[in-house]
Design a protein around this ligand. Structure first.
Ligand code: ATP
Length: 371
């Protein structure tokens, strides 16, 4: 599409040299055709640049890019601002670019943390906690009657944004519930929940800001096999801790795994908008692979974990979902070598040779730094 936009941008000039060699009538026809083509594609271009999904995908890769130029605005009403204050939250605001009489969420490079499919995450503070905050704003559904019409007045399309935002509504609430539960059980390596509330325009979730963390997707190619083993071990420990309290993340991908390279590649897991709470999966899905590892990380693991361990454990999990975490638990609670030997070979090799687990506070899994 970027290619098309380049070619058919409204700024594309009609080449003069071509016009000169043409008969004048043909030339007029040619100009009209160009205008028509430009108009049609400029309409498509407008739809694309107003589409939140399209816009945020670009921003996610490169913060501060096109979305901000194209004014991805989150206007704040006085009701929104009051509720933020009532919840002891403070954020930076700015005048809305499209309408200077309105106040918008500030999304300059100091404020904007990230943009996902469903909303924006910005920096903030709270009087009730000491640590810095990441505050997620999810726009409430716009009315489904936001239908646009094409030039000859016929129904064109339902606004896709409103459908996307409808899903976001559920996502925000799910994430708040998951984070609250995780906090109550004091599970480590997941941002601390601070508050969740709704205004007439937004779902707002405030959580701990993970300072000095980077998305695994952005650094995966710079990491050594040793680093990746430790990161995958920590991910497995986190998801098995979640399994123990009946929460399944269900959206494991490299963008949701944050790494602190300044602190021994410590892992934190974010984005619980797709979380499930009963832990009783009916079928095996790509996000419920045995390690609950995202696909790219799993690919790396397969290269340096020998003896087809990964494939074997994976196929076991397909038959009996939850087996991997159960084996991890059995391994850790084994009191002697005889008990360990009763654990199937592949799991034993993985835990003895590649991942070193221990348990803290009697029930939490933790990865030992094996360097
Ligand atoms: N607590 C946090 N601390 C630091 N950065 C965060 C935090 N939460 C989110 N981020 C950053 O913001 C980005 C978007 O957040 P998140 O993935 O939760 O949004 P989303 O709308 O649910 O995204 P997705 O499109 O992946 O569903 C993340 O990829 C991450 O870089």
């Amino acid at each position: 599409m970027a290619h098309l936009m380049f070619f058919y941008s409204p700024d594309t000039a009609v080449p003069l040299s071509v016009g000169r060699v043409m008969h004048s009538n043909i030339y007029i026809l040619f100009v009209l055709l160009q205008v028509f083509v430009n108009k049609t594609f400029s309409d498509i271009y407008k739809i694309q640049s107003n589409n939140i999904n399209y816009c945020t995908k670009l921003t996610k890769k490169d913060l501060g890019s096109s979305c901000i130029d194209k004014n991805l605005e989150y206007p704040l009403s006085s009701d929104d601002i009051d509720l933020l204050a009532k919840n002891s939250l403070s954020i930076k605001t700015q005048t809305c670019v499209s309408n200077p009489s309105l106040t918008c969420l500030n999304i300059d490079h100091k404020s904007l943390i990230g943009a996902g499919t469903y909303g924006l995450v910005v920096r903030g503070q709270s009087k009730s906690v000491q640590f810095p905050l990441a505050i997620k704003f999810i726009k409430l559904p716009t009315k489904l009657d936001t239908v646009s019409f094409n030039t000859i007045g016929r129904y064109n399309r339902i606004d896709l944004n409103s459908l996307i935002e409808n899903q976001g509504t559920e996502k925000g609430l799910r994430e708040a519930i998951a984070l609250r539960l995780i906090n109550e059980y004091e599970l480590p390596s997941i941002p601390k929940y601070v508050t969740y509330f709704e205004t007439s325009s937004y779902r707002i979730l405030a959580m701990e800001y993970l300072e000095n963390y980077e998305e695994l997707s952005k650094i995966i190619d710079k990491l050594s096999s040793e680093d990746l083993l430790f990161i995958s071990c920590q991910t497995a420990a986190i998801v098995c801790n979640l399994d123990q309290i009946g929460i399944s993340h269900d959206d494991m991908h490299e963008r949701n795994i944050l790494i602190n390279r300044k602190n021994n590649n410590k892992v934190n897991l974010i984005d619980f908008g797709g979380a499930h709470f009963n832990n009783k999966h009916e079928h095996f899905t790509s996000t419920s692979n045995f390690l609950k590892q995202p696909i790219n990380l799993l690919g790396h693991l397969k290269r340096f974990v020998k003896e087809d361990l990964i494939d074997n454990i994976q196929s076991q999990e397909k038959k009996d979902l939850g087996r991997f975490c159960l084996m991890m638990k059995t391994f850790i609670s084994s009191k002697n070598d005889t008990e360990k030997e009763a654990i199937p070979y592949y799991y034993r090799i993985l835990f003895e040779k590649y991942w070193k687990f221990n348990q803290i506070n009697k029930k939490l899994f933790k990865c030992a730094l094996t360097k």
